[in-house]
Design a protein around this ligand. Structure first.
Ligand code: AMP
Length: 285
């Protein structure tokens, strides 16, 4: 196994990618905020199926956090991350500093509508414009052939697809299914915030969503199911149900029976927010 390369500046990243290109390699990018788990590593695996070289960016993007969110306490564990990436076969870890990404005077921000409206867009006012801004920068810095995003954040996948289309960014956007632990909990860097009791409650989220998606697939009324999902989540002990929503797969527009879609739920346990999604009318993940 060859040692993973690291790049701390845009120039270092560009130099390496240029070298790969001169050798005819196809390049893939996996944007992350670090604190890597098997969900992130599954994205690396998917990229390596379609690209010869895999760049993983690890950057906790301050522009996508609002005041009071967890930017300061977000887990940071670079050396463990590098070890995991090397074992997963990634070729380069891109570790820009905040000053590299947003030098003094930086004043550009992507503003969005469409799939960025509603749900996370309503709850986290800076989130999608921060994500779109940093992902656009990462795509233009690395100029990969392909970039991959997890369906764990399905609204984000739809937003990125739209941004890439609207801004004519020359990259293929792929998405990958949600990686779960043995009991079905969607893997997330934020799961590390949960104590044992909170973890026990968190494990109910996927169970409720899977059972409601089965009911929808069998023809249950969508409005009834959304209400029933909310009630079931409250009964599980979640402190708040931020939303339960049914969205169409490609556009993130309203779901109609027969559409491929997602049943999405976002909840709070104590100070931690978690979310998950389950496909409707498509193959079970
Ligand atoms: P994050 O580091 O949380 O910003 O996530 C980086 C990328 O990994 C995003 O595209 C996420 O959607 C994806 N991701 C996070 N958790 C999972 C998971 N459990 N399964 C698949 N992809 C994931």
């Amino acid at each position: 196994m060859s040692e993973i390369l690291t790049a701390k500046t845009v120039n270092e990243l560009k130099t390496e990618v240029r070298l790969w290109r001169s050798r005819g390699f196809r390049v893939g990018l996996v944007p992350t905020m670090g604190a890597l788990h098997d969900g992130h590593l599954s994205l690396v695996k998917h990229v390596l199926e379609v690209a010869d070289r895999c760049v993983v960016s690890l950057f906790i993007n301050p522009k996508q956090f609002s005041t009071g969110e967890d930017f300061e306490i977000y887990p940071r564990q670079i050396s463990a991350d590098l070890h995991k990436l090397q074992s997963a076969g990634a070729h380069l870890a891109y570790l820009p500093t905040v000053d590299q990404m947003y030098p003094e005077g930086f004043c550009t921000r992507i503003s969005l509508d469409g799939p960025a409206s509603g749900l996370e867009g309503d709850l986290r006012p800076y989130f999608f414009s921060g994500v779109a801004t940093v992902v656009t920068k990462l795509l233009l810095q690395a100029l990969p052939d392909v970039a991959i995003f997890g369906e764990k954040d399905y609204q984000q996948v739809c937003v990125i697809r739209r941004v890439v289309k609207d801004l004519d960014i020359p990259v293929e956007v792929m998405s990958a299914p949600i990686a779960r632990d043995a009991q079905g909990l969607a893997l997330s860097s934020r799961n590390s915030y949960l104590n044992d009791n909170e973890l026990r409650i968190a494990r109910q989220l996927n169970k409720v969503l899977f059972s409601m998606s089965d009911a929808l697939t069998s023809g249950a009324d969508p409005i009834f199911i959304i209400d029933k999902t909310r009630a079931a989540l409250r009964e599980c002990g979640f402190d708040n149900v931020d939303y339960v929503a049914l969205r169409k797969m490609e556009t993130f527009g309203p779901w109609q029976p027969g559409d491929d879609g997602y049943l999405i739920g976002a909840v709070r346990i104590g100070k931690t927010r978690i979310w998950d999604g389950v496909r409707i009318a498509g193959p079970r993940q």
